[in-house]
Design a protein around this ligand. Structure first.
Ligand SMILES: [Zn+2]
Length: 255
């Protein structure tokens, strides 16, 4: 594989990501939570910054676009459905289109729900997907601009990926998500194991990101609303998974 991926914390609980094609030397960041920290990480490696890949328009994902574009001449790539809300956007992409970093190809997935035009970047050959604020370790994004049905459609699509796929979510919310997940599936042993590992990582100040599709399928309640355990926990056995996701999300919002 020719894609190097660097994960580093930014702001209070965001993650920054650098992507580097080892064959061509091209480099991108995913979202721009903190221009100064991203610059520091780029320069520590002697890299440039060719692209900024935005997942959605929120300021903690696009706030550094202007400064990083000015400093490095980076091209800004972002979701077509949010093109008027992404600062300094150069290229708008949507479902079915692709982006290439050197020799590394990403498929663009429309994954609206957290925001109306949110996109994910799936690097199939490198077994990595950048999901922004749609999917989190043991959680999912808040439904600011979309519906439970849209979020379930995104979850169902992520679930169909190979289990070893590395999932890069944009925040360290895992232990707080874990406290809620435990109230939904009290007897899911995979969830208990997951939480144990996550607690150990956080105790050592290590990120719990990336996670994997397989780990989320086994433990994330928002990916499991088609399972009896989650349905019965919210008294909705037999209801569509999207409706159950809506109820689980509502409970999390009030948790
Ligand atoms: Zn967001």
């Amino acid at each position: 594989m020719s894609l190097d991926i660097i994960v580093f914390p930014c702001l209070s609980d965001n993650y920054g990501f650098l992507l580097h094609c080892t064959e061509t030397g091209q480099t991108a960041c995913v979202d721009t939570p903190d221009a100064a920290e991203i610059s520091k990480q780029v320069e520590a490696r002697g890299w440039g910054l060719d692209y900024i890949l935005n997942t959605h328009h929120h300021p903690d994902h696009t706030g550094g676009n202007k400064a990083l574009k000015r400093k490095y001449g980076a091209q800004v790539i972002g979701p077509k459905a949010e093109q008027d809300r992404i600062p300094q956007l150069d290229t708008a992409l949507s479902e079915g289109e692709t982006f290439t970093l050197g020799n590394c190809l990403a498929q663009i997935w429309d994954t609206p729900a957290h925001t109306a035009g949110h996109i994910s970047y799936y690097f199939q050959d490198d077994s990595a997907i950048f999901v922004g604020d749609t999917l989190f370790a043991l959680g999912c994004g808040r439904l600011f601009e979309g519906t439970p049905a849209q979020m379930w459609a995104a979850m169902a699509r992520y679930k169909a990926l190979p289990h070893e796929t590395q999932v890069y979510c944009a925040h360290e919310y895992t232990l707080s998500n874990a406290r809620f997940a435990e109230t939904i599936e009290t007897d899911n042993s995979a969830l208990h194991d997951y939480i144990k590992t996550a607690k150990a990582k956080r105790a050592d100040n290590l990120p719990t990101v990336p996670t994997t599709i397989g780990a989320e399928i086994s433990a994330n309640p928002f990916m499991r609303t088609d399972q009896n355990g989650v349905a019965s926990a919210v008294d909705m056995v037999g209801a569509p998974p999207s409706d159950i996701l809506g109820e689980v999300r509502r409970r999390k919002d009030n948790f």
